[in-house]
Design a protein around this ligand. Structure first.
Ligand code: ADP
Ligand code: ADP
Length: 231
């Protein structure tokens, strides 16, 4: 995957501008922490990149393609969206087994049965939930469900992983597994990761670069070490 670049972006709700960015670049293979107060525009930024918003204006450079966001068609967006993974704060499981929840994206992608079995197994091993493969997904604990949501995303091997406060409602045990998995994926697959978090120590532990968003603007951006260095 190439860099992700957003230019001349303006997102409005009603007549209020909630995000206005001249230019922001996320380098290939980087791990970015996105922090800032509630309502700053962080989720909106990830939704723009995930092609879930239709902004007033904006260009997105994604997977080597130029996308005009204000005129983007479903047909053009869909194949790009398939290369991205998205995990939000609250996992929503389908009323099916854990196995089937994780297999879903692979079935859409027309992978064969043998491939699907191997990939689902590998993804569930990674999040340490192989033993719950046959359990109904909606009977999982919140932390387990979030790990299944991560497995369901990773099984499709996204080259860009978008995380919107993914551990905000997890206990420390589940947080540590979740963090270990995304670090492993980042290291082994060179997946580009954009993670919104309110947990500053977490941003410091995981991210290479941090961005501070406030009032629809990126007001600070620095290498993580410099970002957290307060003289
Ligand atoms: P953050 O993720 O930083 O908390 P958001 O991107 O969710 O911020 O929201 C930015 C601003 O846009 C907030 O003021 C929020 O209330 C507003 N907003 C978000 N989604 C909608 C929507 N669907 N309709 C109207 N306003 C919205
Ligand atoms: P399909 O019938 O769509 O090709 P599979 O043959 O992979 O899918 O699996 C058939 C069903 O068997 C799945 O829907 C799933 O519920 C179950 N299944 C297959 N492998 C496993 C596994 N390792 N653990 C739990 N359930 C499995």
């Amino acid at each position: 995957m190439n860099r992700v670049e957003v230019r001349n972006l303006e997102v409005t709700y009603g007549n209020r501008t909630v995000l206005a960015l001249d230019r922001v670049v996320f380098e290939r293979g980087g791990f970015y922490g996105i922090v800032g107060p509630s309502g700053a525009g962080k989720s909106t930024l990830l939704r723009v990149i995930n092609l879930l918003e239709k902004p007033v204006s904006g260009q997105l450079h994604l997977f080597g393609e130029e996308v005009d966001l204000s005129t983007l068609s479903y047909a053009k967006g869909m194949p790009l969206q398939r290369q991205m993974g998205f995990v939000a704060q609250k996992p929503s499981m389908f009323q099916a087994s854990v196995y089937d929840n994780v297999a879903l994206g692979l079935r859409y992608r027309k992978r064969n049965r043998v491939q699907i079995q191997a990939l689902v197994q590998e993804a569930l091993d990674l999040v340490e939930l192989s033993h719950l493969s046959d359990q109904r997904a909606h009977t999982l604990s919140g932390g387990e469900a979030q790990r299944v949501a991560l497995a369901r995303t990773l099984v499709c091997e996204p080259s860009l992983l978008l995380l919107d406060e993914p551990t905000a409602s997890l206990d420390p045990y589940n947080i540590s597994i979740f963090e270990r998995v995304i670090q492993t994926i980042h290291r082994q697959k060179h997946t580009t990761i954009l993670m919104i978090t309110h947990n500053l120590p977490q941003a410091r532990r995981l991210a290479q670069t941090c961005l501070f968003v406030n009032n629809g603007r990126i007001v600070e951006r620095a290498d993580t070490e410099a970002f957290f260095h307060h003289p």
